[in-house]
Every structure is written in structure tokens, then in C-alpha cells.
Ligand binder design. Structure first.
Ligand SMILES: [Zn+2]
Ligand SMILES: [Zn+2]
Length: 546
């Protein structure tokens, strides 16, 4: 089986916060799980370096867009690595290879008869002397009357054309834009209406798309798809590869999603692999992102793939809801967020991965609070998992001088473990990552209870045989828990892997316990609850001074 996993491409215009990581983490868990199972996996993503948010930031700071893109791309690559993201490729949309592939795809769409030219009116700012990208136009949404950007209304999710807005303003200078005529290429999105309805139907039948993706896509399809411009008069981006149109750029909504494909080709070029192995009907694909990205993955990208005759329509859509912070909406502009570089400085990457998974906004918004974060670390990671590791290893060290005697595993324990393998795998494959981790922690709680009930510290004096059996069973539980935890908590899992002197984890019941196991350092340290107040105050202060 081949598995393709596409993680959303963050805009390189500001640091990552907990909301980004909460929506992207399922991709890494899937990639690690499938690799561990022995499947061929390609997991790609990159930084979106062409989007208008970068131009906006560059404008504010008075530097070139590339300066901004470089800064944040490097920061993202570092953060992802430190958090254990195992991308096969993490690239960027201002790379030459991306430009080249996107241009090839553009020409293929034209050749297949899906592009046409049209004269259109577009917002032009005389003060800034440029045509305005849709996101640069702000005003009132004609559908719901709230403040909206020219590409999309965040309030009612309507897809908009910039000129439809009322009370339009240029985002750069706040002047009212004028309207000028320009010529653009259009993509015949409307001609894919029926095929996309079919795709929605089959994904609903198989329950492979999250509900939010299904509902939103259904709404767009019911409203009816309209052809959309695929070029823009912009200074930055991928140039149109057609004579006399080189000054125009391929619009970012086409170009950014095409990154999944360009990154795959880039991976093939670098490794000698074949990108076609992952872009066919037999590959199972997962697209992992936040809900604001849904239409790009359920409508735009499938339509482009159909237009390109690439037979690899999205299978799973894992579109998370939002993460709030202390019950309030995260706001990057008001500096109301927990930024990943700050979080990484003080907390273990597995604590972050654990909390953002067990508390993932899978089906509804979820909240990050410092109290919950610290309590979940102390009681679950340290108190439950860390405790089981510690008490088992300490016991072996203290009473058996680190030696483990090989014996038959108890039937009950073996059954519990095998049930967990099946359940956890099923949940991960279905994209229900939070439930998968919950099931695994049930096994951990079972293990602690097993230790408690069997009382080896009494048996060591009264029933030597029973004591050895309990400890051996606990080792079997531990090695299998360590193995199943790897996709979720790779750092701690890898410590157990070296404890058991294994070269690699797999995804099946194992009894590969070495005869001698070394003592290990505790996996986690307790976080002082004083931090709750400190961290909460810090957010208040940073927000107040921004
Ligand atoms: Zn609206
Ligand atoms: Zn302006």
C-alpha cells in the first residue's frame, strides 16, 4: 500500500502558534504510524512564501518579501523538527522547483482546454500604483454584512470576489480602490461540478471526510461553482509561462495547493524515488489542515487534479476545528497566542504533542488553557505513563539486578495488548487521532492497575513465582505500549526503544525483551503548578503591550 500525506502550508509571515500545530500534528502521527507498519509513505509540506500576507508584512517592516519568507521558513523548519515532524520533504513555494512544476501544470491545464482568457475589472489602488490582490481589499461582506476580506468572509465563509465588497478599502494604505480593466486566465471550475458532487458523495458514504468538510463542500456545490481567475497582476509569485503574459502571476489559490505535487516531484528528484508512485488511484491520500482551508482541498485541488488527468483525488480530509486559548479566540494581530518558539523553550515536545492530540479540535473547537496543559502533563504523562515505566524498571533494577527472566506472557495481558493494536490502528487510519491516543492511554491505565492489583512488592517476599510473572507481564505491556506510542510521542518512545535495545519499532505484538535492561532516567519531570499563573500572566501582558 502507498500512502500520501499532505500537511497544510503555513504562511511564512509570522511565527507558528498552538493552533497551527494542533491542526498539523495528525499528519505526522499518520506518517509515523504507516511507516512503522511497513507501508510506503510520502509526507510533504512546506512554507507558503508567495501569499499576500507575506507582502503585507514586508510592507509593514519596509523590507523585501523574501526577507520575511526566509526568516519564517527557517523558523518553521526548525520548529517542526524540534517537535518531531517527520516530513519527507519540507520545502517552500518560492523555490525554483516549485515555480517550474506549477508552470508545467498551468500549461497542461491550458492544453487540456480548461483555461480561457477574459477581460475583467479589478480593484486598482492609485495611491499604491498597483492592482490589488483580493486579500488586499477589505470591506463589508455582501452576504452577511460583516467585515470581510476580498477573497473570503471569515464570518459566513462565503467565497467572494473583491469587487463585490461594499465600502472597499486598500489594505495597504486605506484609500478606496478604483476599478481597472485587465486580462486574465480563467479556470473552468464550473465544468467539474458533477464530478465533484460525485467525489463528495463517495466520501460521505465512506466517511473519509470530516463533517465540517462535507457540510461546507455541500454548501458550495449547492450554490453552484463559478469559473475563477487563475492569474493576477502581482509583483511576487509564479510567472505565467505564456508569451506576453509573463508579467502576470499564477494566482496563489492554484499555486499553493499545487505544492503537494511539486513537493512530491522535488522529493523524487532528491531521492531517486518516483513521484507517480504516490499520485495514482491506488494510493491512499490524507490532507491535514485547519477548517479555513477546506474548500482548497475539497473543491479547488480535486478540480485541478481532474483537469490535469492526475488520478489521485483526495481520500481523507482531516480538517480540524479551531483551538481557542483560555476560552478566547487566538488573535495573531493582537499577540493573543501561545507561540511555538516560546513554548518549545520550556516544555518537552512530547508534552506539547500529547496535549494537542488528546485535546485536539477534531470535531469541535478545543481549548488550550495553561491549567489543563500542566495538569495533563503531570497527571497523564508523568503520573500515568511515566509512573508505569518507572515502577517497572525500578523494580527490575532493585530486586532482579536488571535481569529479566523469559517466560510465557499471561493470556489476559496478551489479549489486552492485541485488542489495543487493532483499536488504535483502526482509529489512526480513520483519522480519529484523538480517540486513538485515548484508547492507548486506557491500556496504560490498565497496566498501572495490573501492577497495583498483583502487588509484586508483597509477592517478592511471599510468592516469588507470581512476582516474576507480574514483572514479566509488565515488561511485555511496556514494550508494546512504547511501540504503539511512537507515532504520538516519538521522543519518549525512542527512549523505551533503547531501553529494550531494539533497532526499530514495528506495528505488531512483540515479546522481544532482552535478558538485561538498564535502568533509565525518568521520562518526564513534574511541572510546578506555579507555572500556571506565570504563563497566564505572560499572555495577558504580551497582549496588553502589543
Ligand atoms: Zn459574510
Ligand atoms: Zn493603496
Amino acid at each position: 500500500m502507498t500512502i500520501f500525506i499532505g500537511g497544510a502550508w503555513p504562511y511564512a509571515n509570522g511565527s507558528l502558534h498552538i493552533g497551527h500545530i494542533a491542526s498539523l500534528l495528525p499528519g505526522d502521527i499518520l506518517a509515523r504510524y504507516y511507516r512503522q507498519k511497513g507501508e510506503k509513505v510520502l509526507y510533504v509540506s512546506g512554507s507558503d512564501c508567495n501569499g499576500t500576507p507575506i507582502s503585507v508584512r514586508a510592507n509593514q517592516e519596509g523590507v523585501e518579501p523574501k526577507t520575511i519568507a526566509d526568516r519564517y521558513h527557517q523558523e518553521f523548519a526548525h520548529d517542526f523538527e524540534a517537535l518531531g515532524f517527520s516530513y519527507d520533504v519540507y520545502t517552500r513555494t518560492d523555490a525554483d522547483h516549485h515555480h517550474k512544476t506549477v508552470q508545467e501544470l498551468f500549461l497542461a491545464l491550458q492544453k487540456n482546454g480548461h483555461l480561457y482568457k477574459k477581460e475583467v475589472e479589478q480593484a486598482y489602488c492609485i495611491n499604491c500604483a498597483q492592482f490589488l490582490p483580493d486579500r488586499f481589499v477589505e470591506g463589508i461582506c455582501p452576504a452577511c454584512g460583516n467585515k470581510a476580506r476580498g477573497d473570503q468572509c471569515d464570518h459566513c465563509s462565503a467565497i467572494l470576489e473583491a469587487l463585490e465588497l461594499h465600502d472597499k478599502k486598500c489594505k495597504l494604505c486605506q484609500h478606496e480602490p478604483t476599478v481597472r480593466t485587465t486580462e486574465h486566465f480563467y479556470f473552468s471550475l464550473s465544468s467539474f461540478q458533477q464530478q465533484l458532487e460525485q467525489l463528495l458523495k463517495s466520501s460521505s458514504k465512506n466517511e473519509t471526510w470530516r463533517n465540517n468538510a462535507r457540510f461546507l463542500t455541500e454548501r458550495y456545490l449547492t450554490e453552484g461553482l463559478r469559473d475563477r481567475a487563475v492569474t493576477r497582476d502581482l509583483p511576487v509569485g509564479v510567472s505565467v509561462p505564456i508569451a506576453n503574459y509573463e508579467d502576470k502571476k499564477i494566482y496563489v489559490w492554484v499555486e499553493a495547493v499545487a505544492g503537494y505535487y511539486s513537493a512530491s516531484k522535488h522529493w523524487a528528484h532528491k531521492t531517486g524515488g518516483k513521484h507517480d508512485d504516490y499520485w495514482n488511484e491506488n494510493t491512499v491520500s490524507y490532507y491535514v489542515h485547519g477548517k479555513d482551508n477546506i474548500p482548497f482541498h475539497t473543491i479547488i485541488w480535486p478540480a485541478l487534479l481532474l483537469g490535469l488527468n492526475i488520478k489521485a483525488l483526495p481520500d481523507y480530509i482531516l480538517s480540524n476545528e479551531y483551538m481557542t486559548l483560555e476560552r478566547k479566540k487566538i488573535s495573531t494581530s493582537q499577540n493573543y497566542a501561545v507561540w511555538i518558539p516560546d513554548l518549545m523553550k520550556k516544555y518537552h515536545p512530547d508534552s506539547i504533542r500529547y496535549f494537542l492530540t488528546i485535546n485536539a479540535p477534531e470535531k469541535r473547537d478545543a481549548d488550550f488553557s495553561w491549567r489543563e496543559f500542566i495538569y495533563s502533563h503531570n497527571s497523564e504523562l508523568l503520573g500515568s505513563f511515566g509512573n508505569f515505566v518507572n515502577r517497572t524498571v525500578k523494580f527490575i533494577s532493585k530486586y532482579y539486578s536488571n535481569n529479566v527472566e523469559k517466560r510465557e506472557t499471561s493470556e489476559e495481558v496478551r489479549k489486552q495488548i492485541n485488542t489495543s493494536y487493532i483499536l488504535v490502528a483502526k482509529k489512526i487510519e480513520a483519522g480519529e487521532i484523538k480517540q486513538a491516543l485515548q484508547s492507548l492511554f486506557e491500556l496504560i491505565r490498565y497496566s498501572n492497575k495490573y501492577f497495583d492489583n498483583k502487588k509484586p512488592w508483597i509477592d517478592i517476599k511471599e510468592d516469588e513465582e507470581s512476582c516474576r510473572q507480574t514483572i514479566y507481564d509488565c515488561c511485555i505491556l511496556l514494550i508494546n505500549i512504547g511501540q504503539m506510542l511512537h507515532p504520538f510521542l516519538p521522543f519518549s518512545s525512542n527512549k523505551l526503544k533503547s531501553l529494550f535495545q531494539l533497532e526499530k519499532w514495528s506495528w505488531e505484538y512483540t515479546e522481544k525483551i532482552p535478558a538485561f535492561i538498564k535502568d533509565i532516567e525518568p521520562l518526564f519531570e513534574r511541572i510546578d503548578v506555579v507555572s500556571i499563573e506565570e504563563e497566564t500572566d505572560k499572555i495577558k501582558n504580551q497582549t496588553a503591550t502589543s
